[in-house]
Design a protein around this ligand. Structure first.
Ligand code: PLP
Length: 379
C-alpha cells in the first residue's frame, strides 16, 4: 500500500508511539493531584508546551493544549467574540470546515460576518482584505496553508495590512497544514492566535494546540476544573500532549531536509502528469506547500479515480477529508471551471514516502486516468 493522503492524517513516529506508551504505562498520574508523581507529569506537560513554544518562537504561557485543531479553531473564534453589536468578523472562504462552519454559525447568531473570496490560485487577495477592513472589524481568520491545494497565504503581509489599519483587530491563522512542514514564527508574523494539530505531523490524533498572544483576552471555551491556568479545563491528555511535542520536535528538526525531498516528489508527479495527460489543471499558488498536489481532470470524477487507485494499492484524497462526503467543493469551485471541479484529487506526501513509491504511484495514476478516459470516451 502506498499512502498518499497525508494531509488527512499521518503515520505516527515510532518514537512518539513509544513515548505515549511509556507515559500511559508509568506516568499515568493526574497532573492536578498533589503528590510527587503527579508533579513529575505536570513538569513533563510543561516541557511539552516549551517545545511547541520554541518551535513557534513564543513562551510556554502562550500555548494552550486542546483536543485537536477543531477545538483550537473553535476556541480562537468563539473565545474572541465581543458583545459589541456592530463588530465585524472576516473569514477567508477557503477555510477548513472547523473555521468555516463556526463563521456560518456566527452569521446565524446575527453577527456581521464577511467572507474573502479566493484568487484562481487559491490564496486570498490582500487588496480585497484592505477594502473589507472597517473601524468595526474585530476578528479575522485566514489559514496559512490550504488543506485542499497547499496554497500558502502570505500571513506576515496580511497581518501587517491589518495591524497597520488597527492594531486591536484580532488575527487568527489555522496553521495545521504548515506546522512541522514550513517554518513558522509568531513573533515575526505578528498573529494573535495560531492553530496546530498533532496528527498532521506524525503525532497522535485528538491532540492540538492554540498559540495565544494575549491569553487574558481570550475567553475559554471549556469551563470546569480550571486546568491549564483556567484557559482549558479538563484533565490533561498527558501522553497525547507529550507525544505531540516530540513529533513536533522531530518534524521541525528535519524541516529543510524533508522540504527538499518532498518538493522533488511533488515536482515528479506534476511533471509526469502534465507530460502524459491532457485536460488537467494543477491547482497551485506561486508559493505552494510541496506536501500537497491538487489535480483536476476535465469531465472525470475524483471519487472514481480514488476507488480505482485504491484497488491498485494507492490511497489518495479528493480534497479535505472532512468535506469529502459533500458533492460541492467550496474551495476549488472558486478557482477553476465547473467541468474540472468534480474531477479533482488531492495527493499529499510525507517524509515516510520514498521516491520509488512516488514513481510507482505516478505510473499507476497516469495509466488509470488514461484507461478511465478511454472507457467513458473523454479526451
Ligand atoms: N484545519 C485544517 C487546515 C485541517 O486540514 C484540519 C484537518 O483536516 C483541521 C483543521 C482539523 O483538524 P483536527 O482533526 O485536529 O480537528
Amino acid at each position: 500500500m502506498i499512502f498518499l493522503d497525508n494531509a488527512s492524517t499521518t503515520k505516527i513516529f515510532d518514537e512518539v508511539n513509544d513515548t505515549i506508551f511509556n507515559i500511559n504505562a508509568n506516568d499515568y498520574f493526574n497532573p492536578s493531584a498533589l503528590y510527587e508523581p503527579s508533579m513529575k507529569v505536570l513538569q513533563k506537560v510543561k516541557e511539552a508546551k516549551k517545545t511547541i513554544a520554541k518551535i513557534l518562537n513564543c513562551n510556554e504561557d502562550n500555548i494552550i493544549f486542546t483536543s485537536g485543531a477543531t477545538e483550537s479553531n473553535n476556541t480562537a473564534i468563539i473565545g474572541s467574540l465581543t458583545s459589541k453589536k456592530d463588530a465585524e468578523y472576516i473569514f477567508s472562504s477557503g477555510e477548513h470546515p472547523s473555521v468555516y462552519a463556526v463563521a456560518n454559525s456566527l452569521k446565524s447568531m446575527g453577527k456581521i460576518v464577511k467572507f474573502l473570496t479566493l484568487n484562481s490560485n487559491g490564496t486570498v487577495d490582500s487588496e480585497e482584505l484592505k477594502k473589507m477592513l472597517s473601524p468595526n472589524t474585530h476578528f479575522i481568520s485566514i489559514m496559512t496553508v490550504s488543506n485542499e491545494t497547499g496554497a500558502i497565504n502570505d500571513i506576515e503581509n496580511l497581518v501587517k495590512i491589518v495591524k497597520d489599519y488597527n492594531s486591536n483587530i484580532i488575527f487568527h491563522t489555522d496553521a495545521v497544514q504548515a506546522f512541522g512542514k514550513i517554518a513558522l514564527n509568531v513573533k515575526q508574523s505578528g498573529v494573535d492566535l495560531l492553530t496546530i494539530s498533532g496528527h498532521k505531523f506524525h503525532g497522535p490524533k485528538g491532540v492540538g494546540a492554540l498559540y495565544v498572544k494575549n491569553p487574558n483576552k481570550l475567553k475559554p471555551l471549556l469551563l470546569g476544573g480550571g486546568q491549564q491556568n483556567g484557559f482549558r479545563s479538563g484533565t490533561e491528555n498527558t501522553s497525547g500532549y507529550i507525544g505531540m511535542a516530540l513529533a513536533g520536535e522531530i518534524a521541525n528538526n528535519n524541516l529543510q531536509t524533508n522540504f527538499k525531498k518532498i518538493f522533488e516528489f511533488r515536482k515528479y508527479v506534476a511533471d509526469e502528469v502534465l507530460k502524459n495527460v491532457g485536460n488537467v489543471i494543477i491547482n497551485e499558488a506561486k508559493k505552494n506547500s510541496p506536501y500537497i498536489l491538487s489535480l483536476s481532470f476535465k469531465n472525470l470524477r475524483g471519487e472514481v479515480l480514488l476507488h480505482l487507485l485504491e484497488q491498485k494499492g494507492i490511497l489518495i484524497g479528493i480534497g479535505s477529508a472532512c468535506s469529502s462526503k459533500k458533492a460541492e467543493n467550496r474551495v476549488l469551485s472558486q478557482m477553476i471551471d465547473k467541468s474540472y471541479v468534480l474531477g479533482s484529487i488531492r495527493i499529499s506526501f510525507s517524509s515516510f514516502n520514498t521516491m520509488e513509491e512516488i514513481k510507482t504511484a505516478t505510473k499507476i495514476l497516469i495509466e488509470t486516468v488514461q484507461e478511465l478516459k478511454k472507457k467513458i470516451g473523454v479526451m
